[in-house]
Structure formats: C-alpha cells, structure tokens
Write a protein that binds this ligand. Structure first.
Ligand code: CA
Length: 651
C-alpha cells in the first residue's frame, strides 16, 4: 500500500519522471477508420472504458478494458467512428476503483460528468477557417467581462433566449432596453474603443447547475472552480446537453468579437481544481497536486487544492491546454489566475511556444502575481510571485497592485484612500505609477512596461465606484451619479490611462458600475452582479470620458511604448502643489503629432498653478473633456489645473 507521503516522494523523484513521462497524444480521437482512446494513469492496475448514448443519464451500452503500455499509458482502439458517443473510465489504483471523466476531454455532457468523443470539424461555425484576430493596434486595452452578467439584464436589449449566453456576444447593434439611444453589449464595446475582452472563466466549471433555469438570478458564479479544462462551460450555451453545442457557440462568440475588431483573452485557472477529488486526481492519485510533508494537500490557492505545475506531466497538461485553446478556439491571450503558484520555467515555456507558433507577443500572457496561501512546490522551484516578475520574459505580465492601491486605496480596508480619494500622495509615487513600476532598478517590480497590467478594478474586490463612494461619501446612503464622486472617477481613470503598461478594467467601470458595496460577489445574485445598461445610459458622459482617454492614449507613444527603455521617456516630475504634480515626457514616435507630452494631475480640491515649459502647448484633455485632442486649444505660461482634475498637453 502506498500512502500519500510516500507518493509525494515518489512523484518528486527524477526516476519517476524518467520512467513515466509520456508524450503520446492523450484523449479520444475519432476518424472514419475507428476511434482511439488514450489515458495516462501511471499507478493504475486496471482501467475500463464505458460508452454511453447520452451525456447525462442512461446505462453504459459497452464496457471494455484498456491495455497498459509503456510510460503509464493506457489505450483502446475501436473499429467504429464514435463521434457523438459519451464515455468515462473506471480506474483502479491500490485496489480502489474510481469512476472518472477524461481529463483530456474536449467535449462533455451536461455538468461535465461524462466526456464525449467529438469530431471537432463539425463544431466549426461557417467561415471559421477564415477567422483571424483583428490586427494589433498601437495599444492593448483590456475589458474584463463575465458571459452571464454582461447581458443577463433585460436592459441589455438582447433577445431573452440569448441573455447570459455566448450567443449574446454575437449580436451587434443592441440598444438599451431594445430601443434606447445607448449602445449595449457588443455595440458598446465597439463604441468604447477597447481592443481586448477578457472573459471570466469559460472553461467548464462546477459550481453552477447547467440545467437550471437561466432566468433564476441565483444561478450564478464567477467560475473559478475548474472541472473540464478543455471544454467550454455549458450554462452559457443554449443547450448544455448536447456536447457539440457549447463548442460551436463559444467559437461563434470568438468569431463575432474578432469581426467587431476585438481580441479575446481567456481567464485560465490551472492553479487549483474545484475539488481535490478531480479527474486528474482520480486517474493518477496525488500526482498533479502539491502536498505538505505529511502527505496532506497543500493549500497555496486558498481553495483546498494546489496543482503541482512543476511535475512534468502536469506541466505538459497545462501547456497542452493553453495551446489547444489558442489553436482550436483562436484565443488571443491568457490571464493566469494565481500565477504566483505557477512555476517560472513552465510560464517561460508557454510564452516561448505561443511565440514560436503565432509570432512574438501576438498572444498576451499575464496573471496575478500572488497566491491564496503558502505554496509547497518541489524544493528549488521558482514560482511567479511578485519578486520573480522582473526576472521573467518581458512578455509575461502581471497585475500591478502598487499602482492600483496608490491611485484609489487599499483593496482590504474600505476607508483607506489613494491619490484621488484623500489617501497619501507623493510625486515619487506618481512617477512610479506613470512608469508602470517598470525599470532597470532592482526595486522596480517589472523590467519593462510590457509586463505591467495597469488597473484600478477587476472582478475581485469593490468596484471603483463603490470604493470611491466608501472613501468620499462615507455613510451617506444616496450618492448621485454626479458631483465629487464622478470627478474623482474621471481623475482616477485619467491617472491609470496615462500610466505606461497595458490598461485593464472591469466591464462597467466606465459607467460607474456598483455592486452596492459588496466586496466579493463570486456567487451573489445577478441582481448584484448584472451589468445594468440603464446606468450606462445615465452615465453617458463618463463613458465618453473613458472613450476619449482611450482614443487619445492610442496616439501617444510616451504612454504605449512597452520597451525596457520606456521609463527614460520621463524627463522631469515636478511638484506643483501639496497634492499635485506634473510629468514631462518624451513623446517621439512614428506618426506622433507631438514630440513632448505634459501630464498634470491635481488631487487637491483647490486649484493648482504651474508655469508651463516655455512655448505654446496644445491642450489634449482636461478634467471634464477627454476629446479636446479632436478640437484642441493652446496654452502657455502660467496655467491653472482645476481642483480634482488633470490637464494633458502636447507640444
Ligand atoms: Ca459546468
């Protein structure tokens, strides 16, 4: 009998990796000549394949043993094309039999308990062979959205049958409530000018019953509980029971986003599984999981399980999965959840393999440089935590918490503010933010702004609006969509959208999205989580302010330069008031109208004044209007920067 502590030693040994690392194709593959099944189960004594006519219920119509080959590989070859047949395995290890779906499944039945043999060619929507991502712009601006909360509300104007579904992402021209003037959903994204959408988990997760009534507002989860890593989530499909439907509908969504000029980033959660008792566990007990010395499960994720990314077959699994989504679904980037638990060599391999196949930097790679607990990786393993970032490839990015907290305050303490809401301010801190915390010094978090994700809001923590309300309005219960909160929101947006790095924001930040002060809404009602498109209508001026800043940024090399020398574009940072500073930058670059850029930020209620560097400057944006670059006016000499406002000038 093997106990978990012995298994840890065995799986950490080089001898095991030498004997059992397997490069054979894994999963189920069908063709006219027959169907091939392959499962990696190195410690199994027996494996049985069971075939079903349906994905959710009914008895197996056939059972047959798999044959053990070298390197822990178990296979079966059947003479028929089993496209559309559902299957699972019984895997016996140390006398204990476990029923399991295929960890390499590419299709499955409702709720993912059974895998499905699939001929993927028949899941391609019309024109899929010609689908390609829109050409890269000067800048990447990432918009985070959740498939269900994006269009669930009737205000989205999306036909009811498609609300909360992949299908909603394919419908262009929607208006608020179906008839208003405000564009919603896809039309809104196009109007706004963002370049990438980042989808919260769209792989199959376990916390939502795929067969539940989609109108029920309590049928909701963010989806950070992976079940089938290589299958789309079924609750976003119009039919979760037929395995091909969710695949086709996600491809249709990607195709429609591409046609709308948007690239698609996927949120991937390889650091933990929904339960420790996953398909990976049931086929190879403990192999894919980090353990404490006593053999119990390590909990660096805070979710009760932690994937051992440094083990070779686990690394292969993750790399295969990323490449599969890139190839089969034309996904343009990956956001790694708790990247601080992923080992650095694997992240480097993922970066290198994506570059080799699709061109340098074509696919975005970034993640969260933190963990949810203390990881227990194999000794000597370098993990992608914050201190490691500057040693990684410049094409591996991470969310910049320093910038986030400096501008609008702590994500842990409701009342602690930042620059825009009464917290500490210093010109030095502002300079760090503008440089995206990137540079040549050891104290810099990143080695280049290509690594920096510059953001103030994401699905986690309070929305930007709620944070501003808590810090500025205090206990006041009714906060109008105007006045000081709105001013602080505009100044916050102007600040991070003028930082080097890649801008990122939670969908709805641009219209003051609120979750009514709820900090962690991962399984809250859709009444909290929904995107309220009526609010987008009421906040059109704020949407326009974001839109103008996005359009402006795309024209300013000082801000979009991602090179390791970009920080040298900061010529001078000057204090111009107790809570105000100006940043003078080199804005030279191809096609750039202005060789110099001057960013002035005033985080005080009182006006600030500064003597502009000699000569005539053009005002590109101020605290009210971010479209001045389309109808600019000039300024020189002593110039006023209004309280709680910015002034962006070019020369
Ligand atoms: Ca699911």
């Amino acid at each position: 009998m093997t106990n978990p502590a012995n298994l840890k030693a065995l799986f950490d040994s080089e001898a095991f990796e030498r004997e059992y690392h397997c490069d054979a194709p894994l999963g189920a593959f069908c063709a006219e000549e027959g169907t091939h099944f392959a499962l990696w189960a190195p410690t199994a004594q027996a494996v049985t394949l069971r075939l079903y006519g349906e994905g959710h219920w009914g008895e197996a119509f056939a059972c047959l043993p798999l044959v053990r080959g070298a390197r822990g590989l178990w296979t079966a070859d059947l003479g028929d094309n089993l496209d559309g047949v559902y299957y699972d395995y019984e895997v016996t290890v140390d006398g204990q039999m476990r029923q399991t779906a295929d960890p390499y499944a590419r299709a499955c039945g409702a709720n993912g308990w059974r895998s499905m043999v699939i001929d993927l060619a028949r899941t391609d929507p019309e024109g899929w062979a010609d689908d390609c991502a829109p050409k890269r712009q000067t800048e990447d601006i990432i918009y985070e959205l959740h498939v269900r909360d994006f269009s669930w509300d009737a205000s989205s104007g999306v036909p009811e049958a498609y609300r909360g579904k992949y299908k909603a992402l394919t419908i262009d021209g929607t208006r608020r409530g179906g008839k208003g003037r405000t564009p919603t959903c896809l039309a809104h994204l196009k109007h706004l000018g963002v370049t990438h959408v980042q989808l919260l988990p769209v792989y199959d997760y376990g916390s939502v019953d795929e067969c539940a009534d989609p109108r029920n507002p309590y049928v909701f989860n963010w989806g950070y509980d992976p079940v089938n890593y290589n299958v789309p989530e079924g609750s976003y499909a119009t039919d979760p029971c037929h395995g091909e439907v969710r695949i086709r509908e996600l491809k249709e969504a990607v195709q429609a986003l591409h046609r709308a000029g948007l690239r698609v980033v996927m949120d991937v959660v390889y650091n933990h599984t929904y339960h420790l008792d996953s398909w990976l566990f049931r086929t190879a007990p403990w192999y894919h999981y980090r353990q404490n010395e006593d053999g119990s499960a390590s909990n660096g994720s805070g979710c009760g399980s932690e994937i051992a990314t440094e083990r070779s077959m686990c690394a292969r699994y993750i790399l295969d999965s990323v490449l599969y989504w890139a190839e089969e679904y034309h996904i343009d980037g990956f956001r790694f959840d708790l990247m601080g638990l992923m080992d650095a060599p694997l992240m480097e391999r993922i970066r290198a393999e994506l570059d080799r196949r699709y061109g340098d930097g074509e696919k975005l790679v970034y993640g969260e440089p933190w963990t949810g607990g203390t990881p227990h990786a194999r000794p000597g393993t370098a993990l992608c935590h914050k201190q490691q970032l500057r040693h990684l490839h410049t094409g591996i990015g991470a969310f910049c918490d320093g910038l986030r907290d400096a501008v609008k305050g702590s994500v842990f303490h409701a009342r602690e503010g930042g620059f825009v809401n009464g917290g500490p301010f210093s010109a030095q801190q502002l300079e760090d933010c503008i440089r995206g915390y990137a540079g040549p010094d050891e104290r810099d978090v990143f080695s280049a702004p290509s690594q920096t994700i510059a953001y103030l809001s994401a699905h986690d923590d309070w929305t930007l609006w709620d944070k501003l309300v808590m810090t500025i309005a205090g206990d006041r219960r009714f906060v109008p969509l105007r006045g000081e909160i709105l001013r602080a929101n505009r100044l916050a947006a102007a600040t991070y959208l003028c930082c080097q790095g890649r801008p990122f924001f939670l969908g709805g930040e641009e219209f003051g999205r609120t979750k009514l002060g709820e900090r962690n809404s991962y399984r809250s009602s859709l009444r909290i989580n929904r995107m309220d498109w009526n609010r987008a209508g009421r906040c059109r001026a704020l949407v326009d302010y974001y839109r103008g800043l996005i359009a402006l940024r795309r024209k300013l090399p000082a801000l979009y330069d991602k090179g390791p020398q970009a920080g040298a574009r900061l010529w001078e940072v000057r204090e111009i008031g107790p809570r105000a500073a100006a940043v003078w930058m080199d804005n030279a670059g191809e096609g750039s109208v202005f060789g110099e850029l001057l960013l002035c930020f005033n985080y005080d209620q009182a006006d600030a004044y500064m003597q502009l560097p000699q000569g005539e400057w053009t005002v590109l944006a101020d605290g009210e209007d971010s479209f001045l670059h389309e109808h600019p006016y000039t300024a020189e000499g002593r110039t006023r920067i209004a309280g709680m406002a910015c002034l962006i000038l070019g020369r």
